[in-house]
Design a protein around this ligand. Structure first.
Ligand SMILES: Nc1ncnc2c1ncn2[C@@H]1O[C@H](COP(=O)(O)OP(=O)(O)O)[C@@H](O)[C@H]1O
Ligand SMILES: [Mg+2]
Length: 609
């Protein structure tokens, strides 16, 4: 595949406006992603031409796109951005860009004009972010990225690999991008509010005091200042809880949405105080970059990013810390997760949520109006790491430098292992434990590449890290006795899913949304063919099943080896649902079933012949 090299000096000015050359390159990449992912979601079907790896997409508008690309095992086409040509009968052929592409594919996308405008705005924001990412990443090798801190590496990642609008960020303008987006690298202070205890719903883990939590976000002098401000406003920690909020959220949401509470002094604005924070790729989980603290802070941020508005719902807050403790105890009590392998739980040790006085009277308002003010303190992984260990978000593995080399190639080279041995470790330490959580305990994490991380020890996969339990953790809808130790009030609040649905947290979340891109990268850079990749994966899962005959019935119930699996379509869901507000978060659309590579490469399946 042709590498897209961006020849910008490494210290290029972040605020130099839009560079035409970089813009053209990132637009080609975006169109390549749209061609690949929308074909995969069956929004349109490109035709394979007799010339090897040459494709032609003929759109209803009569416009055609010609490109080169390799069809991968999951049926997706790995499109070469540099090869894309737009063919039109008039003389409008011109440059390749995502906005023109959407206009060309308008009938296939089939959105109303109003929705289409929102979609284009998401693509504009994504383009601006990708332009900055290209500047940030110019000339930075995988070797340099391997040495970076976790938060620095995260800032360079592409975002959701399936969503063409991966950085939609509806609600943010230029100043917000520069002040708060990870690719701009700006660190910022949190705004602190005092919220009447009467309207704050809060919970924290045993042994934690509220003061301990906010002290993690500032030094003693700042803490004193904050308390001084509280006293000046005639309040105390007896009457009011100290709650951090994102500065954008204060300006754009809380200061107006909570006007009733502000008018009655149930919410008091204190100030922007304390340490500086950097945003993770989720934009609203923040890492303290002034000091090595124990917790990351996740905050409500009511912007539309990928599939929903990123608020914090109140219903999980009372159970979050106890659910985290239950998970940690579950791991400690299970030798497979704590001794044979090592699963690390990033506990959510505290959280609070404030229901909005105005909106709470009407429960079925769109969900975002109930989620505007919330905070969760989540453990940082650093304290759990040993010598020569680092944590890597799974989505980093397929991230490539500007020469097209993926990070996984760098890690494998540094480990001294061959690709097969390294991937065996990855599957044993990450995939198999995720499956074990589900089969042994009935617990399943939405395992996309931003929720799941891997610990590398001496560059070799050594442990699984799970996080994000408020909305991204499901329980099986069967009476697994292992779930009985989970207190009833927690069980009630967590989604219960049928076996054939919950298995998607692994099949769609981990296989299709993470491994599909990793196996594309390992094949493209000549490390390992996809057929070998999935043969290996099938083999590790079967080995695990052989070692656990007592779980046989569960393996039948939660089967990863079915010939077909549903095709879950993220982009198409937006085309179908549009942007109208709803009281529920959108759910993905489903297309024609996919061929399951695990079925094809499973050497134990005699029934195939
Ligand atoms: N590789 C990725 N896969 C899935 N989501 C991603 C990825 N990279 C960035 N994201 C973003 O992460 C956000 C989801 O994380 P969120 O639940 O908000 O926070 P957290 O996981 O820190 O609790 C979405 O806005 C999504 O766009
Ligand atoms: Mg998440």
């Amino acid at each position: 595949m042709t590498a897209l090299a961006v020849n910008m000096p490494q210290d290029a000015e972040a605020d130099s406006g839009i560079d035409r050359q970089i813009w053209l390159l990132i637009q080609r990449k975006l169109v390549a992603k749209a061609l690949s992912e929308l074909a995969y979601e069956e929004v349109f079907i490109p035709a394979l031409l007799p010339d090897k790896n040459a494709w032609l997409l003929t759109l209803s508008s009569g416009i055609r796109y010609r490109f080169r690309g390799v069809e991968r095992i999951w049926g997706n086409i790995s499109v070469d951005p540099a090869s894309i040509e737009r063919v039109a009968d008039d003389d409008s052929a011109g440059e390749i860009n995502i906005f023109r592409f959407v206009a060309d594919a308008r009938e296939e996308i089939a959105m109303t004009p109003a929705d289409l405008a929102w979609y284009l705005r998401e693509l504009q924001n994504t383009s601006i972010a990708d332009h900055q990412l290209a500047i940030l990443n110019a000339g930075v090798t995988t070797g340099a990225m391997a040495e970076m801190t976790e938060i620095d590496l995260q800032a360079r990642l592409e975002g959701h690999p399936k969503a063409v609008t991966s950085k939609g960020r509806i609600g943010w303008g230029q100043d917000d991008f520069r002040a708060y987006a990870p690719e701009f690298g700006a660190a910022f202070q949190l705004v602190w509010l005092a919220v009447s205890q009467e309207i704050t719903k809060a919970a924290h883990a045993d042994g934690f005091t509220e003061s301990e939590l906010f002290i993690d976000a500032m030094d003693n002098a700042d803490a004193e200042r904050l308390h001084g401000l509280l006293t000046e406003k005639g309040a105390s920690t007896e009457t009011h809880a100290l709650v951090p909020v994102h500065p954008w959220q204060w300006d754009n949401v809380i200061s107006h949405w909570f006007a009733e509470d502000l008018a009655r002094n149930r919410i008091l604005y204190l100030d922007a105080v304390g340490d500086r924070f950097l945003a993770q790729p989720s934009l609203r989980t923040l890492t303290n970059c002034s000091r090595a603290t124990r917790y990351d802070i996740k905050l409500s941020l009511t912007i539309l990013n990928t599939s929903c508005y990123r608020g914090i719902p109140g219903r999980y807050i009372p159970v979050g810390p106890r659910l985290s403790d239950w998970l940690e105890n579950l791991v400690a009590g299970d030798p497979f997760l704590s001794q044979v392998h090592r699963a690390l739980v990033l506990r959510e040790v505290a959280g609070s949520h404030v229901e909005n006085a105005t909106f709470k009277r009407i429960e079925d308002l769109p969900y975002r109006y109930h989620e505007g003010l919330g905070v969760i303190w989540r453990e940082r992984v650093d304290a759990k790491l040993g010598e020569n260990e680092r944590a890597i978000m799974l989505s980093a593995l397929h991230h490539s430098d500007s020469d097209g080399r993926p990070m996984i190639a760098e890690y494998i080279e540094r480990s001294g292992l061959g690709p097969e041995a390294w991937l065996t470790k990855l599957f044993d330490e990450v995939t198999v434990p995720l499956y074990h959580f589900l089969c042994r305990h009935g617990v399943s994490f939405i395992a996309h590449g931003q929720n799941i991380s891997v610990v590398l020890r001496d560059w070799v996969p050594a442990a699984l890290i799970v996080k994000d339990f408020q909305g991204d953790l499901d329980l099986v809808d069967r009476p697994f006795e292992e779930l009985e130790s989970l207190p009833e009030d927690i069980r009630r609040v967590l989604p219960r899913k049928r076996p054939e649905v919950i298995i998607h947290n692994i099949q769609t979340g981990h296989f299709v949304t993470v491994l599909r891109f990793v196996s594309d990268a390992t094949e493209a850079c000549g490390l390992l063919k996809e057929s070998e990749f999935y043969r290996l994966l099938a083999g590790r899962l079967r080995a695990y099943q052989r070692d656990h005959p007592d779980l046989k019935l569960r393996f039948d119930l939660l089967d990863l080896f079915t010939p077909k699996i549903p095709r879950v379509c993220l982009n198409k869901a937006r085309f179908e649902i549009g942007y109208a507000d709803s009281s529920q978060r959108p759910t993905p659309a489903v297309g024609n079933d996919l061929d399951n590579p695990l079925y094809h490469f499973d050497e134990t399946l005699a029934h195939k012949v």
